[in-house]
Design a protein. Structure first.
Lengths: 312, 440
C-alpha cells in the first residue's frame, strides 16, 4: 500500500517539475525565432565598406583600440606600434591587404564583426552572454559568459576571439562601439575617423540603397555587381563592395540561410514546450512501468530460489 | 606484455573448450547460467601495480588541472581561436561519453525492450557510465575559461534555450549527479546492508520500498535525459556549418550521434565484461554476451541505414566513395561499424569469445571515430591554422581517463559489479565470515 502512494507522489512530483521547467523554457523560447531569411528591423544600423575608396591608411585601427580601451598588439613590431596579423584578443578591427599573385592588382579589406541579422554566436551562447542588442549590435556581457568558446566554433566569419593568456579571459569582438559610442548617439569610432569615407555608418536600409546606387552608376566596377552581406548567412549589418572577388579578401562563400535556422529547425519542433521529451518520457515510462511490475512480481520467486536479496 | 599473453591464453582456453556456455539439458533450457548476480572480486589484492600506475597518472593529470585553474588556458593547451575546442571537449566529452552510454543502451534494451538476460550486466554498464560522465564533466570544468559563471545554470530565465550547449550544460550534470547516481545507489546500499550492523540493516530495509517505488520513474528519466544530451552533443556541430566536411555535416548529426553512442556503449560493455571476467578468472556467460552481440549488431545496422540514407538524401554518396582523403576516412569509420554488424549476425561468432571481443572492439572504435572525426579531422575553419594537443593537454586528458580506470578497479573489488554465479556470492560470504559471528 505504501509503495502505491509513494509512486503516485513521485509521479506528481515529476509532472510538477516538468511543468515548471517547461514554463521556464517556453517563456524565452517564444520570444526569439530563427527565420531562414531574417528581415532587418527598420532601425538596424550598419556599416558600408567600399574597398575601391579605402587607401589603407589604417586610421580606423588605433581609433578602435582607443574607443574600446584595448592595448596595442606590438608582438610583431618589437614593442613599437599596433601591428596585428589578424583579428585577435587585442584587435577588434583590422585593415588587411590582398595582393594579386601575378600582376599589379591589390585591394584592402576591413574586418570586424559582421553583426549578422541572426548571429550564430548568439544562438550558440548558452547563457545569453552574446546577444542581439538595440539597433542590432551584437554585444557581450562578461557576467553571463562561462568561457565555453562555442561562439568561436559557430561564427562563420571567425570573429570572436578568446584571451588565451588571461586568467579571467574575455571574448573580444567588435560590438559596434555599443556602450562606448552608439548609446551616446555617436557613430562607431572606425566610421567617425575614416578620412576617405571608405567605411560609412547609417541605417541598414539607407546603406543598402546607397551601395546599390554605386553599383548602378558604374556597372562592372564591383565584383559580381552585388553587395556582400545583403544575403550572406541570412544577411549581415556590415555591407561590402569590392573590386576583387570576396573570397580573395577573406569573406567566405556562404549560403543565404541563417545558421541559426539550420541548427534549430528540427530541435525547435522537438523541444517546443518540451513536448518531445515529455512524450518520449510518457511512452518509455509506460513500457518501463509494465516491465518493472512484472519484474517485481517475479522477485519473491527469485529471492526464494537463491535465498538472497534481489539485485537492482 | 605478460599480462597480454595471459589474456590471449585465457581467450584461447575459452575458445577451445567452450566451457563457458550454460549447461543445457535435452530440452535446451539453461540449467547453469554463469551470470546470475553481481559479486565483488574478492580473491585479488585491492592495490596492484597497474592500479598504482593509473593512480599516479590520474594524480599527475588532476595536479595539472588544478594548476591550470590558477593560470590562463593558453600554456596548457594547443587550442587557438580557429580551433577553439581541443581534446578535452572533443575527446573526453563528445567522444568518450559514447562509451559511457552503455548505461543508456543496455538499460533501454533490458527495461524497454524487455531483454531480460541483460539485467545482470546493468551494473557494469551503470558504473562505467557514471565514471565516463563524471570524468567528462570534470574535463569540462577545467576546459571552460570562466567556470565561476556556471551558476547561471540554476536560473532557467538566464537560459538561451536555442543553444545546444545549454541543453548539454543543463542535462549532462543533472543526469550524472541525479539519475546515474541513483541507479548506482543500490551498489552502495547493498554493501552497507551486508557489512553494517542491525540498525543500518533496519534503516535500509525501511528505505527499500521507497527506492523501489520511485525506481521505474527514475530510470525513465535516466533514459530520456541521455537521449536528449547525447543527441545534443551532435547538435553542437550543426552551428559549425560549412566548417565541417559535408560527409559529416548534416541535419541528422544529432540522431547519428545518439546511434553512435548506442554502438560504442553496447560495444564497450561487451568489451569490458570480456576483459574483466577473463582478468579476474570469472566464467563467461555466452548466453548474455551473445544477447549483447545481437543487440549491438542491430544498433550497428540502424546506424548504417540512417548514415547511408542521409548521404543519399543529401547527394553525397559520390563524395563518400571518391577515395580522396575524407572519403577514405569515411570508409574506414564505416567499415569499423559494418564488420561487427555483419559478423555478429552469426551465432557461431557470438559464441566465440575471441570473435566477440574483436567485434566489440571494432564497434567501440567505429562509434568513437564517427563522433571524433567531425570535431577535429573533418573540421576546417578555412584559415591557415592548425591544432594539435600539447603535452599538458594530453596528460590532463589521460589523467581524467586514468581516474575512471582507478575508480573502476576499486569499484569491482568493493561492490557487486561484475556478474558471477550465485554460488560465487555464497562462497565469498563464507570466506568473509570466517572467524566472525554470523550476521542475521
Amino acid at each position: 500500500m505504501n509503495a502505491g502512494i509513494t509512486r503516485r507522489q513521485a509521479l506528481l512530483g515529476i509532472v510538477g517539475l516538468g511543468g515548471t521547467v517547461a514554463t521556464a523554457v517556453a517563456a524565452p523560447a517564444a520570444a526569439v525565432e530563427h527565420p531562414a531569411h531574417p528581415e532587418a528591423p527598420p532601425d538596424a544600423v550598419a556599416m558600408l565598406y567600399d574597398n575601391t575608396i579605402c587607401t589603407g591608411c589604417k586610421a580606423c585601427m588605433p581609433a578602435c583600440n582607443d574607443a574600446n580601451g584595448l592595448p596595442p598588439d606590438t608582438s610583431l613590431s618589437a614593442g613599437l606600434w599596433h601591428m596585428p596579423l589578424d583579428l585577435n584578443a587585442k584587435t577588434k578591427n583590422i585593415i588587411k591587404l590582398y595582393q594579386e599573385p601575378q600582376g599589379p592588382g591589390f585591394a584592402f579589406v576591413k574586418r570586424q564583426c559582421m553583426h549578422c541579422l541572426d548571429p550564430a554566436c548568439v544562438t550558440a551562447c548558452p547563457f545569453g552572454a552574446l546577444e542581439k542588442n538595440r539597433w542590432g549590435a551584437v554585444t557581450w556581457t562578461g557576467s553571463r559568459c562561462i568561457g565555453c568558446r562555442y561562439c568561436e566554433v559557430a561564427c562563420p566569419f571567425e570573429v570572436p576571439k578568446f584571451e588565451w593568456d588571461q586568467w579571467n579571459p574575455k571574448i573580444v569582438k567588435c560590438e559596434f562601439c555599443f556602450d562606448q559610442r552608439l548609446k551616446q548617439n555617436q557613430q562607431p569610432a572606425c566610421c567617425a575617423v575614416c578620412p576617405t569615407g571608405a567605411v560609412i555608418f547609417g541605417t541598414r536600409v539607407d546603406l543598402l540603397a546607397k551601395a546599390k546606387e554605386r553599383i548602378a552608376v558604374t556597372p562592372g566596377k564591383y565584383f559580381e555587381d552585388r553587395v556582400y552581406g545583403e544575403h550572406e548567412a541570412g544577411g549581415t549589418q556590415v555591407l561590402y563592395l569590392s573590386s576583387v572577388p570576396f573570397d580573395k579578401i577573406g569573406l567566405p562563400k556562404l549560403g543565404s540561410t541563417s545558421l541559426g535556422y539550420y541548427a534549430t529547425k528540427v530541435t525547435s519542433v522537438i523541444y517546443k514546450w518540451l513536448s518531445g521529451p515529455i512524450l518520449v518520457a510518457g511512452l518509455l515510462g509506460a513500457v518501463i512501468k509494465r516491465n518493472w511490475d512484472r519484474h517485481e512480481a517475479e522477485r519473491p520467486d527469485r529471492e526464494k530460489e537463491t535465498g538472497l536479496k534481489d539485485q537492482l | 606484455m605478460n599480462r597480454w599473453k595471459k589474456l590471449t591464453e585465457l581467450l584461447s582456453v575459452a575458445d577451445l573448450h567452450n566451457t563457458t556456455t550454460g549447461t543445457h539439458d535435452e530440452g535446451g533450457i539453461t540449467l547453469v547460467n554463469h551470470w546470475q548476480r553481481g559479486v565483488p572480486v574478492y580473491r585479488e589484492p585491492v592495490i596492484t601495480r597497474p592500479l598504482l600506475f593509473f593512480a599516479a597518472l590520474a594524480a599527475l593529470g588532476l595536479g595539472l588541472a588544478l594548476v591550470r585553474f590558477l593560470s590562463p588556458l593558453g600554456p596548457f593547451s594547443g587550442m587557438n581561436d580557429a580551433y577553439a575546442w581541443g581534446i578535452w571537449k572533443t575527446f573526453n566529452v563528445m567522444t568518450l561519453t559514447a562509451l559511457g552510454s552503455g548505461a543508456l543502451a543496455v538499460g533501454v534494451a533490458a527495461w524497454v525492450f524487455n531483454r531480460q538476460k541483460l539485467h545482470v550486466v546493468m551494473r557494469t554498464a551503470l558504473v562505467t557510465g557514471f565514471l565516463f560522465y563524471a570524468t567528462g564533466l570534470l574535463a569540462l570544468g577545467f576546459d571552460v575559461g570562466r567556470a565561476w559563471n556556471f551558476w547561471h545554470v540554476l536560473l532557467p530565465w538566464h537560459w538561451n534555450t536555442h543553444s545546444a550547449m545549454l541543453e548539454v550544460a543543463v542535462c549532462m550534470p543533472l543526469y550524472c549527479a541525479v539519475f546515474l547516481a541513483f541507479e548506482n545507489l543500490p551498489l552502495l546500499l547493498e554493501r552497507l546492508y551486508y557489512t553494517g550492523g542491525d540498525a543500518t540493516r533496519a534503516t535500509l530495509r525501511g528505505a527499500a520500498p521507497f527506492l523501489r517505488g520511485i525506481y521505474p520513474f527514475m530510470i525513465t528519466g535516466a533514459y530520456v535525459l541521455p537521449l536528449m544530451h547525447q543527441s545534443s552533443l551532435g547538435g553542437l556541430l550543426l552551428l559549425g556549418g560549412d566548417k565541417i566536411h559535408p560527409l559529416w555535416q548534416s541535419v541528422l548529426l544529432p540522431l547519428l550521434y545518439l546511434l553512435a553512442a548506442g554502438v560504442a556503449g553496447l560495444g564497450f560493455v561487451t568489451f569490458l565484461l570480456l576483459i574483466a571476467c577473463l582478468r579476474y578468472a570469472r566464467p563467461l556467460s555466452l548466453d548474455v554476451l551473445g544477447e549483447l552481440g545481437t543487440v549491438l549488431s542491430w544498433v550497428c545496422f540502424v546506424f548504417l541505414a540512417v548514415r547511408f540514407g542521409d548521404l543519399a538524401w543529401r547527394r553525397q554518396l559520390g563524395a563518400a566513395f571518391a577515395l580522396d582523403k575524407m572519403s577514405v576516412l569515411f570508409l574506414f569509420e564505416t567499415a569499423l561499424i559494418l564488420v561487427p554488424a555483419v559478423v555478429l549476425r552469426s551465432r557461431a561468432a557470438r559464441e566465440t569469445p575471441r570473435t566477440l571481443l574483436n567485434m566489440a572492439t571494432l564497434a567501440c572504435l567505429g562509434g568513437l571515430a564517427y563522433r571524433f572525426i567531425p570535431t577535429t579531422i573533418a573540421f576546417n575553419p578555412g584559415r591557415q591554422a592548425s591544432y594539435f594537443p600539447n603535452l599538458p593537454e594530453v596528460l590532463m586528458a589521460l589523467g581524467y581517463i586514468a581516474l575512471a580506470v582507478v575508480a573502476f578497479g576499486l569499484a569491482v573489488k568493493y561492490f557487486a559489479v561484475l556478474p558471477a554465479e550465485t554460488a560465487e556470492w555464497n562462497y565469498m560470504f563464507r570466506r568473509l565470515r570466517r572467524g566472525r559471528p554470523a550476521a542475521a
